[in-house]
Design a protein around this ligand. Structure first.
Ligand code: ADP
Ligand code: MG
Length: 683
């Protein structure tokens, strides 16, 4: 049997050499990739109506007879074709912009079926640029639901549909079922081929639902199997016994503020793990600003006091420096040596730190990825802490742990995961939650602003800047391309510089810049050389710029709630009252985003998300350090997650290494899923 993931997409007609790169840009290299590249939505052409029953703003299909066609050149580049048409019940005006070729296709007296959004006018309805039925050849697949794929420049829906269709024909011949009959029967799952056909070209709502159910289940099943295997491995290891936790109390006394109860509780949980003699694997979840760093610091001190070394790894150099500079005075006070290790340091400095770590002269080290190089060796590593874990993936952490003998692991994340979900995903991995912010924090005032209020928003920003405060302006990632993101951010910067915030210094940060360029701009902003920082979502990571009191998020409707919450956490870090504006280009999103105005509690927001959008929203954010999920854009219930976990546990209880012949296929699938994400070394 053929592996469809090995068959190049260029075998399919419609994928010319010229188009190949566009497909690759979407991550589609093989027929298998295309089969798993799912539509983001469908046009439902089942909603057949007669004209009289149409309502304003709805999307519907009607079949009408053409009464009259006219064409008019409005401007140099704009031709307008309008057709008056009717059925027995009413009149429909159809307008097309710049589709001159249609003039030869629309004939008076002809019946056509059009699909599109309806506007009510006085005495008639209108559709602008509707789709005309049978525009694309889809052969023997359904035409009731027309798939709409995520696109990139150079590809059209027509091409995608044709290629998807071609791939399904190949699948008919060569696709292998991946789930056993038993599992499909037990969980009422349809066959793979049927599922793929119906996810691309559904024959109806129910068929689409059953396709999604099967595909989502399968993906979660592999995820749970992979995680389950990881957990089974982790459980056994013995770890260093660290018992000198009195020092944490001493440390707390040195702080200019009392620890919150949540910080104390989590520290106790860590101390408890430390003395068990087993390797700790603990996730500390705490909202932005909840004070995770102090908890990490206490764990590091306990470790040093017990004669072991500890390492704290941050995702960016600027964060590492911030941690280092913030903590060094405290560590110094206890006579515990701490050093910084980041790539930009001089070779000589780095070598000195490496030597110190190797001999054990240095107890604690704070740094970035530079810590995982082979040249970094520890004398006696007892604790590995990673900050904002999702930025690393599991592999970087694994590299670090290998530098010691089963050192304890502490992972700190600001992504609040709803408890129900955390329990399922992390299972026996221990989760601590810092569910309390330090007293006296002033919640960030959040306001949703429409397009027409943009000017007001920026005049507010300029008042804040006049008070010597700073502002973040965040532009969304544009699905289609990184280049567009950059362009978009550049455009916003120009607009602000020439229009709204003329007299201020505006820095720019986007994904096309190199890591050190980004760090440099970020540093300049942090040190006040810029008043405003326009950026794509790269500021998400926990940078501390207490002087920033305003954040404007452009096109906020493009973000998930979790991301918005993370972003917003960049302001309100100082003593001053802070503001966050969610600028909407699409007012329809207002309802979904309203919760942002109501609460600043990340857990509440994530619970809300889980309830309203399902766990797929969470799996889609990539903030969890889990493998990427193809189905993250589909909605499904927690129940599906639970069932997939149950199925995985059943399989693992019988065959924990997936070595039985009957589990061969699922083993391959699990390995594939996890290998794409650096997990493989762990499995
Ligand atoms: P995060 O959890 O987002 O990493 P940080 O550890 O960076 O948060 O802490 C945010 C700020 O709060 C820091 O300036 C820190 O010094 C301060 N902080 C931490 N704990 C407390 C506390 N118990 N009371 C008051 N301020 C605190
Ligand atoms: Mg932090």
């Amino acid at each position: 049997m053929m592996d469809l993931f090995q068959m190049p997409i260029s075998n399919i007609s419609g994928v010319s050499n010229a188009r190949l790169t566009y497909f690759q840009k979407l991550g589609i290299f093989s027929v298998g990739d295309m089969l798993y590249f799912f539509p983001k939505s469908y046009e439902n052409r089942m909603n057949q109506k007669c004209v009289a029953n149409l309502s304003d703003e709805e999307t519907a299909t009607v079949t009408v007879r053409i009464l009259d066609v006219s064409s008019r050149r409005v401007r140099q580049n704009l031709t307008l074709i309008s057709a008056m048409a009717e059925d027995e019940t009413g009149t429909l005006k159809i307008t097309f912009f710049n589709q001159k070729y249609l003039i030869n296709q629309l004939k008076v007296g002809q019946e056509i079926t059009v699909f599109g959004k309806v506007s009510r006018r006085i005495g008639y309805f209108e559709m602008t640029n509707p789709a005309i039925q049978k525009a694309v050849a889809r052969g023997d697949f359904s035409e009731n639901y027309i798939p709409k794929y995520p696109l990139t420049k150079g590809l059209t829906q027509g091409v995608m549909q044709k290629v998807a269709h071609g791939c399904l024909l190949v699948a008919k011949e060569h696709l292998q079922e991946t789930l056993s009959f038993d599992i499909r029967k037990k969980y009422h799952l349809c066959e793979l081929l049927y599922a793929l056909e119906n996810i691309h070209f559904p024959t109806g709502e129910e068929e689409l639902a059953s396709a999604k159910k099967r595909l989502v289940f399968e993906e979660l099943f592999y995820l749970m199997l992979g995680l389950g295997k990881l957990k089974l491995k982790q459980k056994k290891a013995a770890g260093p016994k660290l018992v000198n936790y009195k020092i944490a109390e001493e440390f707390a006394k040195q702080l200019p503020f009392p620890l919150t109860d949540a910080q104390k509780r989590v520290t106790r949980e860590i101390c408890y793990d430390f003395k068990q003699g087993y390797q700790m694997n603990r996730l500390v979840q705490g909202d932005v600003g909840s004070g995770k760093t102090m908890v990490a610091a206490m764990a590091m001190l306990i470790c040093a006091q017990s004669g072991y070394q500890a390492v704290l790894m941050a995702p960016t150099e600027i964060l590492a420096r911030q941690h280092f500079e913030g903590l060094k005075p405290y560590f110094d006070a206890f006579g515990v040596s701490v050093e910084l290790l980041v790539s930009s340091m001089k070779k000589k400095e780095k070598t000195a730190v490496q030597n110190g770590l190797h001999t054990g002269e240095i107890s604690l080290v704070i740094g970035t990825h530079a810590l995982i190089y082979d040249t970094v060796q520890f004398q006696k590593l007892g604790l590995v802490i990673t900050d904002e874990q999702h930025r690393f993936g599991v592999k970087a952490r694994a590299e670090l742990t290998k530098k010691g003998e089963n050192p304890h692991c502490l992972v700190m994340t600001a992504t609040p995961i709803p408890r129900t979900l955390a329990l399922i995903i992390y299972g026996d991995l221990d989760v601590s939650v810092i569910d309390e912010l330090p007293k006296g924090r002033i919640p960030v005032v959040t306001r949703i602003a429409s397009e027409t209020q943009r000017e007001l928003v920026y005049s507010f920003v300029s008042k804040e800047l006049a008070k010597k405060n700073q502002a973040f302006v965040v532009c969304p990632l544009i699905e289609e391309s990184e280049a567009l993101d950059a362009e978009n951010a550049i455009r916003v910067q120009e607009e602000l510089q020439t229009r709204y915030l003329k007299e201020y210094r505006i820095g720019l940060l986007h994904g096309k810049m190199k890591a050190d360029e980004k760090d440099a701009v970020m540093n300049q902003f942090a040190s006040g050389e810029y008043d405003v920082l326009v950026s794509t979502t790269v500021v998400e990571v926990g940078v501390n710029v207490p002087n920033a009191t305003v954040m404007v998020i452009e096109n906020a409707e493009r973000f998930g709630l979790a991301s918005l919450h993370q972003l917003r956490g960049r302001v309100g870090r100082g003593q001053k009252k802070s503001y966050c504006f969610l600028n909407l280009a699409d007012v329809k999103a207002k309802k979904r985003l309203e919760i942002m105005e109501k609460t600043t509690d990340g857990f509440q927001i994530s619970e809300f998300d889980l309830k309203h959008r399902g766990p797929g929203e969470f799996f889609g954010t990539r903030q969890h350090g889990l493998p990427s999920m193809r189905l993250s854009n589909l909605t499904y219930s927690m129940e599906t997650v639970r069932l997939a976990k149950e199925a995985a546990e059943t399989v693992l209880s019988e065959d924990c290494d997936l070595v039985l012949p009957k589990n061969k296929k699922i083993r391959t699938s699990v390995e594939k899923m996890f290998s794409e994400n650096e997990f493989v070394s762990q499995l």
